[in-house]
Every structure is written in structure tokens, then in C-alpha cells.
Design a protein around this ligand. Structure first.
Ligand code: CAA
Length: 380
């Protein structure tokens, strides 16, 4: 088994690291405080190829493997988890879903613009009463000949205000349950499509999260993804890849907090020596590093499974479950190591601690990951 990264992976890591340090770090605290979307930085990320990393170059993407994407996600997330969730949703929920299941016309019309970052995408599954219980969709897409008529409300939609194209999951044939659900491509600005107010969040405050309201929105039939009734499976299959993105984000948040805590412990003095010389701190660093290494292995394994064409439903759920817990534990300890300074914005670790929490909630809560893992274990 070869654990080394290729030259290309190292180049991608360095490019993402430099971009994060030079373009995202300045202003990250201010954007968090003001809940300001990193519009300029996201535009640059598109130009640098970070928004469609795995998409075939013929559709404007980078043609890279999932491991490259995970590595870049880790680096961006070390500095700015708000920017990395925008990146994750666009790459793994929107571009991947369209490339894998869309028609050639849909790819030409939508994917080519999303992969280059010219346009931004959103994935709309959650509803006020259908978060974890995703089969209980209340949004309807009624078949009216050449169009679907879309009605309902979606909640907690990442990129909700800034996206241009929205993949919306909705119920067409209620009597068929989850076999009657469809996934539709909806464009911003279509009549009857309204963007609700922005959520005021605990963390990832630079990303924009909105509810979306659909009132008799006419969606052309050619904007359905896959066969009639494929929408729920589309969402589940796409989310398995999305969970690799969020696991990488959680890994990056943890690694970013660890780096800051280690550096701080080498300069901060107490009781006549740098605090890293106290075993109470040194052992914390050892635990943090060990957990991060374990999380990175799980993330890479899930990415490798996807790249090999193996089933990755379980490995992505395992990676997300573990890495998100590591993000939470590591950021709490990083604040602790910083003491009073850890509670102050300018030291960054309090923001990383707030950002970490969402990784245990979105793209399937930790409890949902345990359902996926345990069902996988007990199948057959
Ligand atoms: N691939 C393909 N099909 C799948 C699948 C997968 N990974 N997982 C489930 N399915 C299929 C099942 O086979 C089943 O189909 P059949 O009846 O034909 O066999 C169908 O989907 C329903 O599955 P279940 O019977 O298992 O449904 P369930 O209601 O018991 O639970 C669940 C399924 C796994 C709990 C699912 O509801 C789930 O994942 N919930 C969490 C939803 C989620 O992750 N939301 C995140 C929102 S997106 C987001 O956060 C993005 C963002 O902005 C950052």
C-alpha cells in the first residue's frame, strides 16, 4: 500500500493552501462578523478551477480525481469554512449530480457554466418538515404536459441567495412515495420563485443560507434529471459524494485549529516556560494530531473508493461521522489551549469551533450517518 501523494496532488494542495492564505485569510473575521458572502474570492476560485474540479474538461472542469478535491477542500477549510461549503456544494452536489445523471443538453446548458464558476449552484432537498426524514417531501412538481408546476418551500439552502441554478427535489406522484419524487433544474428569476430571508447562523456565517419559496413555478420537462421518479435516488446518490466534501471540510477545520493551537503553545509562556512544555498541553496536541491523522485516512479512503468505482455510501458516511466529531473535539481543545485569547475573535479558533458544529448536521446529521453505516453493516 502506497500512502504517498502524487506530484499533482501536492501541487493542488500547495495551490489551495496559497490561495487560502493570500486571498481568504485577509477579511475572514470581518466576513464572519458581517455575514458577508466571499463573492470576489468565489469568483477567483472559479477562475482557478476549484468549483468544478472533478468535471470532465470537455464541460469546462478540471478532470481531477476525488482525492484532489478532498485535498483542496481541506486546505480551503483550514482558513475559511464558509468559502469551502460554497465550493463543496457546487462541486459535489451540483456539478457531480448533473454530470453523472444529466442529459447532454443539460450539461451543455448548465454544467459548462457551473464547472467554470461562471454560475453557482444550489442543492435543494431540505424542507421545514423534511430534514433528516428526506422522503417526506411536501414540495410538489405536478406534471402539466410540457412543464412541471412547482409549489412549496425549501429550507436551509446553502448558496440560496447567490446561486444561479437550483437542483430542486419535489414530489410528483404522491401515491408512489419516494418513487414519485423528481429532481428539477430551476433558474433564478423564473416567475413565482422567491428567495426568502438569509438565516442568521452560529457558524459558516460568510456562506448564505436561505429558504426558497416556489409559487406555481413553471419548469420545462427537459429540466428533469433522470427518469420519472428518479429524484430521491438522485438525491441519495449525490449526497454520498457530498459527504466526502463535508468530511474534508471537517478535517480542514480540525487541522486549521490544531495548527493554530500548536503554534500558540510554542510561544505562550506560563509557569516559566512555553505551555507546550507542560504535559497537559502536549498530550492535548498528541490527541488532536492522532485524531486528525485518523480522520484524514478515512477521508482519503472514501475518496479512493469513489475514484476506484467502488460503492462509497458507507465509507463516505464513516468519514463524515468521524471527521465531524474530530472537528468538534479539536476546535474545543484549540480554544482551551488558547485560554482567554481563544475566546477572542482575532485568534480565529472560536470561529473554527462555531464552524465545526454544522459538519455534524448538514448533508446528513451524525445520527443519519449511523443509520447509513448500520444498515450497510446489517445488509444481507
Ligand atoms: N443510493 C441509492 N439509493 C438509495 C441510497 C443511496 N445511497 N440510500 C437510500 N436509497 C434508496 C433506497 O434504496 C430506497 O429505495 P427503494 O425503496 O427503491 O429500495 C429509497 O432510497 C428510500 O430509502 P430508505 O427506505 O432507506 O429511506 P428512509 O426514509 O428509511 O431513510 C435516509 C433514508 C438514509 C435516512 C435518508 O432519508 C437520508 O439520507 N436522510 C438525510 C438527508 C440529508 O442528508 N439531507 C442533507 C440535505 S442537503 C445539504 O445539507 C446540503 C447543503 O446545503 C450543505
Amino acid at each position: 500500500m502506497d500512502f504517498s501523494l502524487t506530484e499533482e496532488h501536492l501541487m493542488i494542495r500547495d495551490a489551495a493552501r496559497d490561495f487560502a492564505k493570500n486571498e481568504l485569510l485577509p477579511g475572514v473575521i470581518e466576513r464572519d462578523t458581517k455575514q458577508e458572502f466571499p463573492a470576489q474570492q468565489i469568483k477567483m476560485m472559479g477562475e482557478l478551477g476549484f468549483l468544478g474540479m472533478m468535471v470532465d474538461p470537455k464541460y469546462g472542469g478540471g478532470g481531477m480525481d476525488t482525492l484532489s478535491y478532498a485535498i483542496a477542500m481541506e486546505e480551503i477549510s483550514k482558513i475559511d469554512a464558509s468559502a469551502s461549503v460554497v465550493m463543496s456544494v457546487n462541486n459535489s452536489l451540483v456539478c457531480y449530480g448533473l454530470e453523472k445523471y444529466g442529459t447532454e443538453e443539460q450539461k451543455q446548458k448548465y454544467l459548462t457554466k457551473l464547472a467554470t464558476g461562471e454560475k453557482l449552484g444550489a442543492f435543494c432537498l431540505s424542507e421545514p418538515e423534511a430534514g433528516s426524514d428526506a422522503t417526506s417531501q411536501k414540495t410538489t412538481a405536478i406534471d402539466k404536459g410540457d412543464n412541471f408546476i412547482l409549489n412549496g418551500t425549501k429550507n436551509w439552502i446553502t448558496n440560496g441567495g447567490n446561486a444561479d441554478y437550483y437542483l430542486v427535489i419535489a414530489q410528483t406522484h404522491k401515491e408512489k412515495g419516494h418513487h414519485g419524487i423528481n429532481a428539477l433544474i430551476v433558474e433564478k428569476g423564473w416567475e413565482g420563485f422567491e428567495i426568502g430571508p438569509k438565516e442568521d447562523k452560529l457558524g459558516i456565517r460568510g456562506s448564505d443560507t436561505h429558504s426558497l419559496i416556489f409559487n406555481d413555478v413553471k419548469v420545462p420537462k427537459e429540466n428533469r434529471i433522470g427518469e420519472d421518479g428518479f429524484g430521491f435516488k438522485f438525491a441519495m446518490k449525490t449526497l454520498s459524494g457530498g459527504r466526502i466534501g463535508i468530511a474534508s471540510q471537517a478535517l480542514g477545520i480540525a487541522a486549521g485549529a490544531y495548527d493554530l493551537a500548536r503554534e500558540y503553545s510554542k510561544v505562550r509562556k506560563a509557569f516559566g516556560t512555553e505551555i507546550c512544555n507542560h504535559q497537559a498541553i502536549a498530550f492535548k496536541l498528541a490527541d488532536m494530531h492522532t485524531n486528525i491523522e485518523a480522520a484524514r485516512h478515512l477521508v482519503y479512503k472514501a475518496a479512493w473508493d469513489k475514484d476506484q468505482g467502488n460503492n462509497y455510501d458507507m465509507s463516505s458516511a464513516i468519514a463524515k461521522l468521524f471527521a465531524s466529531q474530530v472537528a468538534m473535539d479539536t476546535t474545543v481543545e484549540a480554544v482551551q489551549i488558547h485560554g482567554g485569547n481563544g475566546y477572542v475573535k482575532e485568534y480565529h479558533v472560536e470561529r473554527l469551533m462555531r464552524d465545526a458544529k454544522i459538519t455534524q448536521i448538514y448533508e446528513g446529521t451524525s445520527e443519519i450517518q449511523k443509520i447509513v453505516i448500520s444498515r450497510g453493516l446489517l445488509r444481507d
